[in-house]
Design a binder for this molecule. Structure first.
Ligand SMILES: [Zn+2]
Length: 371
């Protein structure tokens, strides 16, 4: 049974994302690479501005992930192989992993030459319940001049697309390699804390993630593999802190890593905020916080997406896309909580078990010093 995740394809547009939601880190599938290994047949003629070949840059991008994990083995063979399924437009499923340049994605040019939004690359990944079975990265031939002229850009896009082939979705965290929109060639790609947490959750152990929120617990006291990750930042997730100045613009990111048995079950995300004085608030789906009346019936902060193994949420703060509204005027104008230490607890629930919450034992703590 071969499955193709179309949403993953749509979310795999680097550099410019088609309108839609960018979804800390996400894991697209319940499974990772088979045997934690992947070999790509790469046909990438041409060179970067500094004379390094695209192929060599692709290999360096593989090493960005491998050097951070130690548990995955990725390699590239410089050889041209068939990318597409011959009788299926838009499908790359032919059991060969590739990286190549083209003006279309297997005959479908909607990603590479449509009006306003043109992707620099598209990745299509297929998986079955045993693991990821195939990935194909197609770099947009129309973007070649940019790849050849802007330092770091190809390396950056390649590192992002390779992240998709590891089973990672997009991240809301601005500093993440897996952020949906990359800045052209600003710097050498460096994995953010968020990217490292995605690696830890999928290919390492949760304890390797520095912003893990304690143990995963359940209100019915049954053991769970669920894990919760998150933190507060003023610099797009380059660093996470607990203490802030009153004037800081804080963004709080979180990711729910579901128990493996909950992958496809519908349910809800939840955020409960506790002040030092014991007052409780809940984040609602529109991003606003309201006092929590009944702790046994917590409002939804958003729907769980079936099929996503890990799902992120901007708990509080401004999304990095201008067109998306700020969420949660919790601290400032509405509730006047400046100066109080507050704790954000991240949780989820399943429709089939009303009243049972899976949550991280540790909160994201935010406190202020006098300015
Ligand atoms: Zn992407």
């Amino acid at each position: 049974m071969l499955k193709l995740s179309i949403p993953s394809l749509l979310l795999s547009l680097a550099a410019v994302l088609a309108p839609g939601q960018a979804l800390g880190f996400e894991l697209s599938y319940l499974v990772g690479l088979r045997g934690n290994k992947h070999t790509y047949y790469a046909h990438l003629p041409g060179n970067l501005p500094d004379g390094v070949s695209f192929f060599e840059s692709f290999v360096r991008s593989l090493h960005v992930w491998m050097d951070a994990s130690g548990n995955i083995s990725l390699n590239a063979i410089e050889e041209e192989r068939e990318v597409c399924q011959t009788n299926f437009r838009g499908s790359s499923q032919n059991k060969v992993n590739t990286a190549s340049f083209s003006t279309t994605f297997c005959g479908d040019d909607s990603y590479f030459s449509s009006g306003g939004t043109v992707a620099d690359a598209v990745t299509q990944t297929s998986w079955d319940p045993g693991g990821i079975v195939e990935s194909d990265i197609v770099f947009n031939e129309h973007s070649r001049s940019r790849f050849e002229s802007v330092a770091h850009h190809f390396h950056h896009v390649a590192t992002h697309e390779i992240g998709h082939t590891l089973g990672f979705g997009h991240s809301a965290v601005r500093s993440a390699i897996m952020q949906a929109r990359l800045n052209y060639g600003r710097r050498d790609p460096v994995l953010s804390i968020d990217d490292r947490c995605a690696l830890a959750m999928r290919y390492g152990s949760p304890g390797e993630c520095p912003i893990l929120l304690g143990e995963g617990l359940s209100t019915d006291s049954l053991p769970t593999e669920a894990r919760f990750v998150g933190g507060a930042t003023t610099n797009g997730g380059r660093t996470f802190e607990n203490h802030f100045k009153p004037s800081d613009r804080i963004t709080v990111y979180g990711t729910v890593v579901k128990d493996r048995t909950h992958g496809h079950r519908p349910g809800d995300l939840h955020v409960v905020v506790a002040t030092d004085n014991g007052i409780l608030f809940a984040r609602h789906a529109d991003g606003n916080f309201h006092p929590l009346e009944d702790a046994s019936d917590i409002p939804s902060a958003g729907a769980l997406k079936p099929g996503l193994y890990a799902q992120d949420l901007v708990i509080m703060g401004t999304r990095h896309y201008d067109r998306e509204p700020s969420v949660g005027p919790l601290i400032g104008s509405v509730y006047q909580l400046q100066g109080q230490a507050i704790s954000f607890y991240l949780a989820y629930s399943l429709d089939e078990r009303p009243g049972v919450y899976y949550f991280g034992s540790e909160p994201i703590r935010v406190s202020w010093s006098e300015e």
